[in-house]
Design a protein around this ligand. Sequence first.
Ligand code: NAG
Ligand code: NAG
Ligand code: NAG
Length: 309
Amino acid sequence: MAPQVVNEFLGYLKDPDSAIAVAVIKTLTGVIQRCNASTMMEIENALQEAAAQLKAAADTPVDKSITLSSISVTAVCQLFLRYVTRCFLEFADFDQCKAQLIDRGKMFVATSLTSRKRIADLGHNFVRDGMQVLTHGASRVVTGLLLQAAKTKHFSVVVTEGRPNNAGYKTAEVLSKAGIPTTVIVDAAMGYYMEKVDMVIVGAEGVVENGGIVNKIGTFSCAMIAHAMKKPFYVAAESFKFARLYPLNQSDFPHNCTDENVPSETHPNMTVGSPTCDYTPPHYISLLFTDLGVLTPSAVSDELIKLYQ
Ligand SMILES: *[C@@H]1O[C@H](CO)[C@@H](O)[C@H](O)[C@H]1NC(C)=O
Ligand SMILES: *[C@@H]1O[C@H](CO)[C@@H](O)[C@H](O)[C@H]1NC(C)=O
Ligand SMILES: *[C@@H]1O[C@H](CO)[C@@H](O)[C@H](O)[C@H]1NC(C)=O
């Protein structure tokens, strides 16, 4: 039996337009509203417990139809908890603080929807007439940006299928419906296609402190190939994905990136490795399009400090 907050969270995620962040904030705001606590400390504890349950749910997904990133979940929880602590220090009055937090939650939900639009506004001009754009994985932010670019420009897109969940097909469908010439390729053809493309753009599950990203498996390879072929590699991500993490290598982050989706007909002595995400270091990234502006990877840490001040 999943805890109530997890069921609530999964319920919010059923809305196909709802970002993970929005579902997280709605869930945490619900925790505050229901909480009979009489001290801020109790509210903080209740939120911390809820945050741990949401992370656990994202690390071992109950519902296979929903792709959850425990990195995004944790980043949003941490940002909200940081705000709770700040509120705790600013308002002596308990009820006033509680009301403020609920308001803040609602405001966050509203701004998160405009973040995607702002990123599209900032980034769509990087796509120019006649370009061929490669994207890897399924990112609503990237799709939004490409759709906005398509209103004034003609360009084509190459989308990797994005194993193991093949999320690229969904992206390709949305782009094709909008009339953008789109080609789906097997992930292994990234290198083959790279010489033909003009730029690469991907989303991120988490943007880490050094300006690197954690994203769908294969993003790291894609970035290295782009770098080797001197093609710009852009990332589009909302600032609520900025995570207080500093990975040193591919396995150095406290999130579950393993996939149990293993073919059944394998030899008993054989193991199949199928991680779902990887870490791309900052020096492979040209620019990040965020709701805080267009950032170089090295500017990310300053923005992160401001967010968590
Ligand atoms: C990755 O970094 C962590 C933390 O520094 C370290 O414990 C681990 O051995 C490293 N793994 C590899 C494969 O280098
Ligand atoms: C990681 O995810 C896999 C596949 O969903 C699951 O089998 C495993 O128990 C998870 N590990 C942790 C530590 O949550
Ligand atoms: C698995 O490997 C062992 C040697 O480590 C071997 O003796 C055994 O026959 C192998 N199992 C199968 C089913 O091939």
